[in-house]
Each structure stands twice: as C-alpha cells, then as structure tokens.
Design a protein around this ligand. Structure first.
Ligand code: PDD
Length: 285
C-alpha cells in the first residue's frame, strides 16, 4: 500500500505528493526541516524538535504556514494514517513557489509544508550492537550550521564518501577539531570518564538528542564537558559515539579504519543508549 504524505493541507498518496518546480526549497534550498523519531506509534522528544523548527524558521525570517500545535496534529495524523509503529516523521517547510526565480523573498507567497514518514526499527538496529565506522573529512559547510536548513550538499558528499569507505557516518573537521557528523552529533568518553561533546554555537546543529543525552547524563551524576575535541583525542579515548533522532545513541568503533579501544561498543555508550531509550519511551507523545 502506498504511504500517505502531507502536502499543503492535504493527505495524499506519497507517489502523488508533489510541489512546484518553482518551489524555493528546490531552487535555492530556501527551507528548513526536522526529523522526529517514532517509537511504538508515538513521537520522541517532539517538543524539542518543534522548538528547534521555530528557531530555525525565525533565523531565516520564514513564517510557518500553520501553528506549531497544528503541525503536531498533522505529524500525529500522518503516523496514524500510515499505521507507523517504529520510524520517523520528516517535515519540511520552504518559502514556497513564486512565479519566477527571484533571489529575494517573494511577496504574498504561502510557504510550502510537506511531511512524510518512513519505517525504521531504531531500538533494535543491528548497528546499535556492533557500532559503526566513521571517516573524517574537512567541514566545507556554510557558517550557520545551527540552522536546520535543507542545504545539505556538503553532508550528502560527506556521507557518500563514508558509504564508499564502508563507514556509516562522516565526522567533519574544522581547525583541527571535530564539528559533528554528517547527520549526527559527535561524542567521546575520555580516559578519565568525562563525556565530551562540542559546545553549541553556529559551528554545529544543536542536536535534540545531544541536548537530552547531556541532561540525562548529568542527572545520572556523569561528568560532561561541552568543548571541541580532535581526532587524536578521539582515537585515544575510551569510547566514542554519535547521537541523532534516527539512531538515538550509537557507538563509533573505528575512525578512518583505526580502532577505538578494543573496537567494540563500550559500557558507557551502552548505558547512555539504554538511559535514552528509557527516557524516549517514558516521554513519547
Ligand atoms: N539529522 N547534526 C546534524 C548535522 C544533523 O543533521 C543532525 C540530525 C544532528 C542530530 O540532531 P538530532 O539529535 O536533533 O536529530 C546533528 C537528521 C536526523 C537528518 O538529517 O536526518
């Protein structure tokens, strides 16, 4: 059965879900997106994703075509219509389609809002048990990475290079330090058991999962330091992991083919993963 998508006020079969070739998301990457996980038919940490959506659209002066409350209703309706148990809801809002290709904001054009779902068993993903490989490459993105924009070409190229190297993620490097993964936040656990992740700022996306994991770690009396780290530090670390809405917490076991510790997911990563899954289930909406 065809999946159901949402496009500008209508629920339609995914194969019929279309926007104009003049849509500014398509022409200029003039749009913002969010991805929220679904577990047991419920949205995970969705308020955090919607708060970030509001912030991102505000940063590019894009007015949402629906209220946040209505957007949440549509997300839930889509989960229901697709009978989605485990997976994610993708949503995107663009500055809409004008009559021609003018760079400056068009006047009187309604923003485009689309959503669709996809199936993924995040909790039982095989890579959660084995851990993943990452490669490193220069961070060639623009300087406002705190905005969750659909301009993802640098990440597409980074993740393609990772895939060609048999790795699941690419860690991007700037001034000798890791910024983040192509679609995830980066963490290490130092030899003296400090969980380290880069501080928020315009250099990285403020990850919702990152935020929750930092808070949960502190609540469990674990030591957290928000600062940049280098690949040498990551290679000498006890553990490394990534976080995102689509993987939760996932061990990194090799960087550029070099093992971290014994090359297996470590106890702290496994513990934080369990803590996050418990939090996700307890707070799902
Ligand atoms: N990506 N950093 C980047 C560059 C990301 O694209 C993402 C998420 C994250 C993690 O953010 P969060 O924990 O809020 O998912 C960090 C989504 C999942 C994606 O592009 O599919």
């Amino acid at each position: 059965m065809d999946q159901i998508a949402y496009v500008n006020g209508s629920f339609v079969p995914l194969s019929e879900a279309k926007v104009s070739v003049l849509d500014r998301g398509f022409l200029f990457a003039d749009g913002i997106y969010e991805v929220a996980a679904v577990l047991d038919g419920k949205l995970i940490d969705n308020a955090s994703h919607l708060a970030r959506l509001e912030r991102s659209v505000g940063e590019i002066a894009l007015a949402l075509p629906e209220t946040i409350a209505r957007i949440e209703e549509i997300q839930k309706e889509l989960v229901k219509r697709n009978a989605l148990i485990n997976g994610m809801v993708y949503l995107e809002v663009t500055r809409g389609a004008d009559k021609s290709r003018d760079f400056a904001f068009p006047k009187g054009v309604k923003p485009t809002l689309i959503m669709f779902t996809s199936v993924k068993n995040i909790v039982d993903a095989p890579s959660a048990k084995t851990g993943i490989d990452v490669i490193t490459l220069p961070d060639i993105r623009w300087v406002r990475r705190d905005i969750k924009s659909v301009a993802l070409l640098a990440q597409v190229l980074a993740k393609q290079a990772a895939a060609e190297a048999g790795a699941a993620e690419a860690w991007m490097i700037e001034d000798g330090k890791v910024t983040e993964g192509g679609s995830s936040s980066a963490f290490i656990l130092t030899r003296d058991d400090v969980i380290v992740t880069r501080q928020n700022g315009s250099e990285i996306l403020p990850g919702c999962t990152r935020k929750a994991v930092v808070k949960l770690a502190e609540e469990h009396q674990l030591r957290v330091e928000e600062r940049a780290f280098s690949i040498d530090e990551a290679l000498a670390a006890k553990e490394a992991f990534i976080t995102s809405a689509t993987v939760f917490v996932q061990a990194v076991v090799r960087i550029d083919g070099k093992k971290i510790a014994d090359g297996k997911p470590g106890p702290m990563t496994n513990r934080l993963r369990q803590i996050y899954v418990d939090f996700a289930k307890a707070t799902a909406t």
